[in-house]
Write a protein that binds this ligand. Structure first.
Ligand SMILES: *Cc1c(COP(=O)(O)O)cnc(C)c1O
Length: 434
């Protein structure tokens, strides 16, 4: 061990990571060297993509000026939308602090591009929880169902593949928009690669060419070289407090895609007749630029954390999804503990490693919309930001925790080592395996 390595081990010890846990982590990290190299290359590719988009659209210091009131002629806002369109390969974009979260961005895309009598189809099973109320699967005020927009769903097959027969049967003369969720979210199904999404879209367009194919891109941005607009999607939608905000955007959502669908969304977000012309940027626009600039590196760090966690916990005998060797299409990692105490210890470790609120202890709590208590760990600079290191899960069998984010790889690493430290201190792992 050289001087630097010894200093490092001592620094981890001063944070509460034992030698045994630290060295186990080093061993796993060493084994992942090639995998991490590949991720670095992908981040480098995406970094160049972002810089190119900024250069092509002549981003200048003037773009960082703020606007208030109506926000007419906001150069920074309008240029940023061009940057997003270039970066994600769309005709146009809507990137706004007035879009409050991912659910809002998705609701906006759906409500502005569907009309009474139209039908929405999800060919990849049940969508993300919060969309159930948007669609009206669970009755809710203002849902699509209330406006006479119907919904159909084709579930994935048991092995996670598309049920092409069911999808063909579900498409009819009313089908106007197809929503495809890239990330598994909190479901147990594989995350879809951009290539797979492309295959699905070409199948659907062969049956009905004029259907709008929308992708819920949450947690997927910059994980691969390509994004779904490059494999046939018409519209992609996501949150700025996830991947593309790079941890710096304090709020916001985006839509990128065909001009017509972006226009529809703009007239819905503000007002018919006003569209993209209004919407002050209120001083946050620089963080949107800078966050996008950092996003490829941040996503890379989060991905390394996910792969590191998968390999650590797989080695210790827990079920992990995706497994330690699978290719990645989003930043979410699930670990199944089959033991409430282990799940709690894991979350306590993530919390204890945070730069903010490290001294608080997460406790399972009742949450609206859940039928069991939920435990959450997060010590974030931006409230609820899940590109920052965070973990949560429902306190019920099989006691699976969903873990994501990390603004830097080093922080993600500390979080995972701290989670293991907590499990070890409570005799919840087989230490012979360390
Ligand atoms: C996070 C997420 C959403 C909703 O975003 P919020 O910002 O939490 O409203 C929708 N779909 C997927 C796949 C997500 O991961």
């Amino acid at each position: 061990m050289n001087g630097t390595e010894r200093y490092l081990e001592e620094q981890y010890a001063s944070l509460g990571i034992s030698k045994e846990v630290y060295r186990f982590g080093e061993k796993i990290e060493h084994e992942l060297k090639e995998r991490f190299e590949e991720m670095n290359k992908r981040a480098e590719y995406n970094q160049m993509k972002v810089i190119k988009a900024m250069q092509e659209n002549r981003v200048s210091a003037e773009c960082f000026q703020t606007s208030s009131g109506y926000g007419y002629n906001d150069l920074g806002r309008d240029t940023l939308e061009k940057v997003y369109a270039s970066c994600f390969k769309g005709e146009d974009a809507l990137v706004r602090p007035q879009i409050t979260c991912g659910t809002h961005a998705l609701a906006l895309a759906l409500m502005s591009n569907l009309r009474p009598g139209d039908e929405l189809l999800s060919p990849v099973g049940k969508p993300y929880d919060t969309l159930e109320e948007v669609i009206g699967i669970r009755p809710s005020k203002g849902s699509l169902a209330e406006y006479g927009i119907s919904y159909r769903q084709a579930d994935l097959l048991a092995d996670g593949s598309f049920d092409y027969d069911a999808i063909r049967a579900a498409i009819n003369e009313k089908t106007r928009l197809v929503t495809i969720q890239r990330s598994k979210g909190y479901a147990v199904r594989p995350t879809l690669s951009v290539k797979k999404i492309g295959e699905l879209i070409s199948f659907i367009k062969d049956i009905k060419p004029d259907v709008v194919c929308m992708v819920d891109n949450c947690y997927g941005e910059f994980v691969e070289e390509k994004e779904p607009l490059e494999t046939g999607a018409d519209l992609i939608v996501g949150s700025l407090i996830k991947n593309p905000g790079g941890g710096l955007a304090p709020i916001g959502g985006y839509l990128v895609g065909k001009k017509e669908y972006i226009e529809n969304a703009a007239y819905r977000l503000t007002s018919p007749g006003l569209g993209k012309e209004v919407g002050a940027s209120l001083g946050v626009i620089q963080s949107f630029y800078q966050g996008l600039f950092l996003a490829p590196t941040v996503v890379c760090g989060a991905l390394k954390g996910a792969v590191f966690a998968a390999n650590i916990y797989e080695r210790l005998g827990f079920d992990v999804l995706p497994d330690g060797t699978e290719s990645r299409h989003d930043i979410i990692q699930a670990v199944t503990f089959r033991n409430p105490d282990a799940m709690t210890a894991f979350c306590e470790g993530i919390q204890a490693a945070a730069p903010v609120d490290s001294y608080v202890t997460p406790e399972p709590w009742a949450m609206p919309g859940y039928d069991s208590d939920v435990i959450m760990a997060a010590g974030a600079f931006v409230q609820g930001s899940s590109i920052e290191l965070s973990a949560d899960g429902p306190m019920k069998p099989p006691y699976s925790v969903y873990f994501q984010g990390g603004l830097t790889w080093y922080h993600a690493k500390l979080g995972i080592l701290m989670s293991l430290q907590k499990l070890k201190e409570r005799n919840l792992v087989n230490t012979n395996l360390l």
